[in-house]
Design a binder for this molecule. Structure first.
Ligand SMILES: [Zn+2]
Length: 452
């Protein structure tokens, strides 16, 4: 049986290069599985991505650890079994992971101490860092923890690693995400004595009361590499807070990631300010002003469209319509259209019998409430139904059908049923008014209504 791999990163998280003996190299799925006697490559574990780097000339594409503690380096090229090999990790990637991971300890230690909750999930990918807690939090509570986390970073507290025996472990109140067995690695961040912190925080006020805080910011069982001092985390920024499985999920960024995220936000905001010809501080007020102007313009546009539709319907009823493309009379019973191109409606009477003739009108999309008001006005002194379609073939049509009140037999559901039956549309309403959506083309709608 292969011995567990010696984890050089346990002793020194800052070591980037090493030499080792190749214990085994087997060809596998799309590459090679290399086992060494020792390694600085941290495997995928505890919710974070594995180290990247090279073994000799071979690029390491993945690193995994099995249940027996053997670390498997997945490479694109083979290595000679028994040979000595030099390896090197991608330090930029590793240090980034160390910053994010240590930031998680600071945030989780603070929040779990202050609110007696548990960290029940952690995910550290190359893009995002999320932490899950089994309690609901307000934004203000999270803001408070974010502030305290950054103060802990400014204090530049030491991060200590220990391998206590079973007896010592019993007296250590450490956090752990799962039941652990075997040698437990304890990561702790002790608060420094006030005098020592005072030197680090020259001229700065102590924010919390040292007599009320625990001796440790965090004590946690953990196998991953961490930075030596909290100051190396640089900055911790909360990017998102969402409700998650009865608790919350907090997204953070630390170090260079936080710096980039804040820089991107600043560039976005200053770009927005330039476009609005204002200062970044004035952007919210300017946007509110624009929003109000836009709402006013929309309202005026809807009023105009309503007035135009009312006018058009009036002209049709006055038999002076000359636009031959917008209206057609339809007899649903016979399928005969008496006048598709209406140039003079004096030759065509409106519905002479129950549901005989209807007016079909295609218009550009407009506010449905405005259209309904115009149709209601038309219905007051007309016969038959007015079938109004708002939209175009590309985006589909909003359907409104009004029944003229001068005709006691007019029923908006009759043409609606025809469209339902022939085009499978969805609509609903009453005898007076039906509304719905139609995704068919204008031609299909006309044919569905005209065909007997
Ligand atoms: Zn850790």
């Amino acid at each position: 049986m292969t011995q567990p791999t010696e984890k050089l990163y346990d002793a020194d998280a800052y070591r980037t290069a090493f030499t080792a003996h190749v214990i085994a190299c087997t060809q596998g799925d799309g590459g090679y599985d290399v086992v060494l006697d020792r390694t600085v490559f941290f495997p995928e574990a505890g919710g974070q991505t594995p180290d990247r780097g090279t073994l000799g000339e071979a690029v390491v594409r993945d690193v995994q650890i099995d249940d027996t503690g053997v670390i498997h380096h997945h490479t694109f090229a083979p290595l000679q079994e028994g040979a000595e090999v030099s390896g090197e990790i991608d330090w930029k990637h590793r240090f980034d992971n160390m910053q994010q991971h240590t930031g998680e300890h600071i945030f989780s230690g603070l929040i779990c101490n202050r609110y007696h909750c548990n960290n029940v999930g952690f995910h550290l990918s190359d893009q995002t860092v999320t932490m899950d807690y089994d309690r609901a939090f307000t934004k203000e509570e999270i803001d408070g923890i974010e502030q305290a986390a950054n103060e802990a970073i400014w204090r530049d507290l030491p991060i200590e690693i220990a391998f206590p025996d079973d007896e010592e472990l019993k007296n250590i109140p450490y956090r752990s995400k799962k039941e652990l067995s075997g040698q437990i690695r304890i990561v702790s961040i002790p608060f420094l004595p006030p005098g020592a912190e005072g030197k680090r925080l020259k001229g700065s006020e102590q924010v919390d009361d040292p007599s009320e805080r625990p001796a440790y910011l965090d004590i946690c069982a953990c196998c991953a590499p961490h930075v030596h001092h909290t100051g190396e985390v640089g900055i911790l920024k909360v990017l998102a807070l969402q409700n998650y499985k009865g608790g919350v999920r907090v997204t953070i960024a630390c170090g260079e990631r936080a710096f980039r995220a804040l820089t991107d936000s600043y560039l976005l905001l200053s770009g927005l300010a330039r476009k609005l010809s204002t200062s970044p501080e004035e952007v919210p007020a300017q946007l509110e002003k624009l929003r109000e102007e836009c709402a006013g313009a929309k309202r005026r546009s809807a009023e105009l469209a309503e007035a135009m539709l009312t006018e058009k319907l009036n002209r049709i009823s006055s038999d002076i319509i000359t636009n031959d493309t917008i209206t057609t009379d339809i007899n649903l019973d016979t399928g005969v259209t008496s006048n598709i191109s209406i140039t003079n409606r004096s030759n065509t009477s409106e519905a002479s019998g129950p549901n005989k003739k209807h007016l079909l009108l295609f218009e550009n999309a407009m506010d449905a409430n405005s259209a309904r008001r115009a149709l209601n006005r038309w219905a007051e002194d007309h016969r038959g139904c007015c079938i109004l379609l708002l939209g175009d073939d590309e985006t589909g049509y909003q359907l409104l059908i009004a029944a003229g009140k001068a005709d006691p037999d007019a029923d908006a559901r009759v043409p609606a049923d025809r469209l339902k039956e022939r085009l499978g549309i969805k609509c609903g309403g009453s005898r007076e008014m039906v509304q719905g959506r139609v995704s068919s083309s204008r031609q299909e709608i006309e044919e569905a209504l005209k065909g007997s």
